[in-house]
Design a protein around this ligand. Structure first.
Ligand code: HAM
Length: 428
């Protein structure tokens, strides 16, 4: 027997049964982004490797060990995007979208990281990201956080909380880095192997370690919040005041440092404890230096990205209906004349009511078999077209989900209007 091929580890198929939930999530995300006047930008999945090294940072986990990098036929080094911020800034600069103007943009799609797959952590995963440019103050930080909070409300997700921190200006961060290096160097024997390596490359990330044996030495480390420059402090204080006045609760987490190097000032993460180890559903922050770093003029930037697999898992666990995209009706046709008439009628009904979700029986079968399929499809109504109905210009309609409801017969040209009002009425 020929060996069956399987998907790449950590890269998932999203099957039709799950797709309804994805669609619902995507529709709600789009509506909420539109409510804040964010505009969509569509970006390539592949970029020059250099873009990610220069933005995310050459000594981050993502760039050091998680990128899908390959040489194309020209020998150029290309990479499957591990995130969207870098490509978004690249596109804005390339097309002059940031000249003396503000922008609010969003994108969606797959991202690729060669991580160790586990529940909630995949090698191909999907993000929706939002990015805002040209606004330096904390007002846009607060608005972005309000946007994400609105999304959770719209989705009915309540088990989420907001963690907030500031990394200060790049100067404050550099001075803090020095301090951390001397602190951790003095306690080198308490560091695990990973942290010793990070001490040379990215000492702030030691604070992010989940290793239980590291927690004591981390807890006593100097905190960046205690040595912020006055402007960063004022920015952070105003952000907190704005969130307070918008009624958004948050926890200050001085250990929240983020795994990408481009951040400064505000950083935040929405977390949940309902998903196990991979609890971050949405994360982001300010990256005021990145646009200059990638060749633009000094422009403020802030954004976030949410992980759709994690949000879908939360929605599924919350038992939210995924059957909402079941067809309104299933059209049963028995006999050659009814079959011919059925195809034409189905087309007419879809013309009359474009939102109608109608499944036409294909593949033959008698009444019994077709009723079974109608039932399986989840449709609320069976439309029945036998020889008799085909001859008399009628169609029978049988409610499939209401125990007491009677079958009725209608003229064919009235069926779609009847279905429309019945389908829009509340489900029993
Ligand atoms: P990030 O924290 O690397 O940030 O990813 C954002 C979100 O993507 C995470 O909170 C998580 O929900 C999801 N995510 C990340 N990696 C995986 C994975 N392997 N499997 C499943 N979900 C994952 C960024 O990507 C930044 N670009 C966010 C940003 C935008 N900052 C400013 N603008």
């Amino acid at each position: 027997m020929t060996k069956q091929l399987q998907a790449i580890r950590g890269m998932n198929d999203i099957l039709p049964a799950e797709a309804a939930l994805w669609q619902r999530l995507e529709t709600t995300v789009r509506e909420v982004l539109a409510a804040y006047d964010y505009q969509e930008i569509r970006l390539p999945l592949v970029e020059k490797t250099e873009l990610f090294a220069r933005s995310i940072g050459a000594v981050t986990d993502i760039v050091e060990k998680e990128m899908y990098t390959f040489a194309d036929r020209n020998g150029d080094s290309l990479t499957l995007r591990p995130e969207g911020t870098a490509g978004c800034v690249r596109a804005c600069l390339e097309h002059g979208l940031l000249h003396h103007q503000t922008r609010r943009l969003w994108y969606a799609g797959p991202m690729f990281r060669y991580e160790r797959p586990q529940k909630g952590r995949y090698r191909q995963f999907h993000q929706v990201g939002a990015e805002a440019y040209g606004m330096a103050g904390p007002d846009i930080d607060a608005e972005l956080i309000c946007l994400s909070a609105r999304l959770w409300r719209r989705l009915g997700l309540s088990a989420v909380s907001l963690q907030l921190n500031t990394l200060g200006s790049s100067a404050a961060r550099a001075a803090y880095r020095e301090q951390l290096v001397s602190y951790f160097t003095a306690r080198l024997n308490e560091l695990d192997e990973d942290s010793r390596r990070r001490l040379q490359t990215n000492p702030l990330r030691i604070l992010d370690s989940k290793n239980p044996t590291m927690q004591a030495v981390i807890a006593e480390a100097p905190a960046l919040l205690d040595q912020l420059d006055p402007e960063s402090l004022a920015h952070f204080e105003e952000l907190k005041a704005l969130l307070d006045s918008a009624g958004i609760a948050y926890q200050i987490n001085p250990r929240l440092v983020r795994g990408l190097d481009y951040y400064c000032q505000t950083v935040f993460e929405w977390v949940t404890d309902t998903l196990g180890a991979q609890g971050a559903i949405c994360a982001g922050g300010r990256y005021d230096g990145l646009i200059e770093e990638l060749g633009g003029s000094a422009t403020g930037g802030i954004g976030f990205a949410m992980g759709l697999e994690r949000l879908v898992a939360m929605l599924a666990a919350a038992g939210q209906p995924s059957a909402e995209l079941a067809p309104h009706a299933y059209l049963i046709t028995v006999g050659a004349a009814a079959q011919r008439r059925g195809l034409a009628l189905a087309e007419q009904w879809r013309d009359l009511w474009p939102e109608l979700r109608l499944r036409l029986n294909c593949g033959g079968g008698g009444f019994k078999a077709q009723f079974r399929r109608a039932d399986h499809s989840g449709a609320r109504f069976a439309l029945i077209l036998g020889e008799e109905e085909a001859g008399s210009g009628t169609v029978a309609i049988k409610p499939l989900r209401e125990a007491q409801a009677e079958q009725i017969t209608l003229p064919q040209d009235q069926a779609s209007a009847w279905l429309r009002s019945a389908a829009l009425a509340k489900t029993p």
